[in-house]
Design a protein around this ligand. Sequence first.
Ligand code: JFZ
Length: 475
Amino acid sequence: MKKYCIAAALLLAQLHSSAQSNPIKDTITLQHGAHRTGNRTDADMARWRSLRLGQFIHWGLYAIPGGEWNGKTYNGAAEWIRSWKEMPRCDYDNLYKQFNPVNYHPEQWAQYAKDMGAAYMIITTKHHDGFCLWPSKYTRYTVAASPYKKDIIGPMVDAYNKKGIDVYLYFSIIDWNHPDWHASLKTPADSLAYSRFKVFVKNQLKELLVKYPTVKGFWFDGTWDDSWKNDGAFSDELEQYLQQLHPGLIIGSRLRADEKGARHFDSNSRLMGDYEQGWERKLPEKYADIHGNDWEGVMTIPENQWGYCAKWTGHIKSSDELIEMLVKSTSLGGNFVINFGPKADGTFRPEETQRMQEIGNWMKVNGAAVYGGGYAGFDKQDWGYYIRKNGSDSVYMVVCNVPVSGNLRVKLPPRVILLKVSPVGQPEARITPELIGRSEYFIQVGNAPRAAPFVLLLQTGNAGAESGGADKART
Ligand code: JFZ
């Protein structure tokens, strides 16, 4: 029986590893599907993979109404208020005449991000409303036409870069302001207009890369409309064009469609783009859910508000909840990005600064478990998450739920043993684990209440031939 089990396990492992290198036998010949098998292996992508914690910023004209107009409250996401029947289009389209963020201090923004421990940030250069936070020469609907006049993006890129934080540019393909943009193409005139619109998009993207050459990638959005997804050739060529212009550029799966209109994953179920970009306000549950792909999750603090919304309602995530989500993402080999929606004047609401501070305080002590961390390959336990450091023998345990017994179960794969256990940041301090079975231990931490998740560092090693022999003798 045992023999069959081992044979079956080996077969499964083999299938698994071949699934990684050659995911699925392609059934459809595609010209504009995925062009790579497996994750990118270059240094730029390795860096992205090590960053783990990001800061997302949604900022634009929608911050002025902040989810309210004429004394009425919009129930949707505040950055979508232009599509609300209670908000006259012309009122929205004139908001730019009021955009004057006199308290916008990019150094302060970058400091908040640094304090939180964010290693990268994503800024909305242009959301669905079409208003550009940089002075684009391809449209008049930009910050240059506002009372503020100045470029928002350039000083932001510089300020964040100075603090060692990588910058990514959010860019919406939906552009409610542009006369040539259409969600679907119903007439030849629509098609003609949309082909002009695609040139406009390409020009704006090139402009961004030329103006801000240190940016590391684009975060595309608004690519779900028929007009976009029915032209897989264009999204494919655009992606290649941008990556040739800017070697190393990172682009998630949300940009692309294949020639059959499949998005994120092509019609052969292969990921398009550099990482899976569909994890939005939800996270994968288990490692199998990510199919070995690089991925990133983006999360709002309230339920579904990205831009500034004066009245937050519903459940507001606490710092501890966000920390747990960050740790869970890291343990599943992904990046976690927390969104902030600054006010129209350029300041952050206190709920947001508080969370940046609190998460940062935790990261100062425990960040070593997050940066450069990834999937550990151990059986998940109820107390929290394992995180393997840079593919090494060091594995962090981030403990979120201590059982009433105060004993944390550690079950290692066969032949792996525990050499050392210490609290994070205190390599001299030792905790002696209790061996309770083959490759199975208790780490006794007591059950006194704790204010936040805490981290232990495990050094693991190989049991060696001796114990291997002993194992065999026991079967
Ligand atoms: C989009 C935007 O419409 C929204 O305003 C915000 O910018 C967000 C980051 O992106 O909203 C989406 C996009 C995709 C999904 C959900 C909301 N999705 O895939 O579930």
